[in-house]
Design a protein around this ligand. Structure first.
Ligand SMILES: [Zn+2]
Length: 332
């Protein structure tokens, strides 16, 4: 996958900060031990000397070079053992004075055998997801501040077996359970209903919980994401990184499906995303104001039946909550 220059500098800044932290905390532990166990300071000085002596012996032309190096190695090992014993005797772990890197795979260098390490991959991803996720309402959309009071509790003949509120309570509970038990092969969800009924709120509440688990998420309006992919596609020499990210991230939230411009390009990209992620069993949450039949008109039966066949479908009921909230403010 290709990442931007900014993503690389973000990732390697993080890694070098990790390395600095590891070195600093080792320095701190060293000073602590040196002041408590004077002999260990001497041992470290001797170890530094034997190290230098090994290098000197290796480049010398002395005849007994192997013997010399062997002797230094034995001395080195016995000093190490003495040091570890002293640490243990004083109640420390034997590796207390070894550097502890945040990433043990690459020792906080970012590379393993010339290849980008997993930790660097993670930071690169983190950055590119953040770039895509510039949505301001994320923090404001939680399960705690989702209110059911705006949904009528009057039984309605148009709602099979209940009221708007009872249906929305069921949706709410479904989303809470979904977020709590989210894993990378959780089902996909289609949230369907008119504008202002809390679809975005509940999907962002799920996003908040999933991010807290340390699982990367991409969320965005279909309109913005399609514009970005289209720009990347037609800008010279630039591969479509956004599309790769949308295909690969553990959870993708597509807000407001149907609000994007009707072009054969966007329709084929949307089909590609939905289809590829179904095949790879990667969850997607889709919100739409379109009805099922409007979706079929816009995207062909093929996409819609793919979605209905493999997504959990939540129907949202009620009156535009944003309007109700405004009215409530005016009355107060
Ligand atoms: Zn690493």
């Amino acid at each position: 996958m290709k990442y931007s220059k900014e993503a690389y500098s973000y990732a390697f800044d993080k890694i070098s900060a990790n390395n600095k932290d590891a070195e600093q905390s080792l320095e701190y532990r060293k000073n602590e031990i040196y002041s408590k166990i004077g002999r260990i300071k001497e041992i470290d000085a001797e170890l530094a000397q034997t190290g230098a002596a090994v290098v000197k012996a290796a480049v010398s032309s002395a005849e007994d070079i192997d013997l010399l190096i062997e002797g230094l190695k034995i001395k080195n090992l016995s000093l190490q053992a003495e040091k570890e014993n002293l640490l243990l005797k004083n109640g420390y772990s034997a590796d207390y004075l070894k550097i502890k890197h945040k990433c043990e795979l690459c020792s906080d260098t970012g590379y393993v055998n010339g290849k980008i390490c997993k930790c660097a991959q993670k930071y690169l991803q983190e950055y590119s997801y953040k770039e895509l996720n510039a949505v301001s309402s994320l923090e404001d959309s939680t399960f705690e501040n989702f209110s059911l009071e705006y949904y009528s509790d009057i039984l309605s003949p148009s709602i099979p077996g209940g009221s708007e509120r009872s249906k929305m309570l069921a949706n709410f509970n479904y989303c809470v359970r979904y977020a709590k038990s989210f894993c990378e092969d959780s089902p996909s969800i289609l949230m369907i209903g008119n504008t202002g009924l809390g679809k975005t709120h509940l999907s962002l509440a799920i996003v908040n919980e999933v991010i807290k688990k340390g699982i990367p998420v991409i969320y965005g309006s279909v309109l913005n994401l399609m514009n970005k992919i289209e720009r990347e596609k037609f800008s010279q020499g630039n591969m479509t990184d956004t599309l790769d990210n949308l295909l690969e991230c553990p959870l993708l939230v597509l807000d407001d499906l149907g609000a994007e411009f009707d072009t054969s390009f966007s329709t084929s990209v949307i089909y590609n995303i939905i289809n590829t992620r179904i095949c790879n069993k990667k969850p997607v949450i889709i919100n739409t104001n379109l009805s099922m039949s409007e979706m079929e008109q816009k995207y062909s039966q093929r996409i819609v039946s793919r979605i209905i066949g493999s997504y959990d479908v939540l129907f949202f009921y009620g009156n535009d909550v944003r309007q109700l909230k405004k009215q409530k403010k005016i009355k107060r």
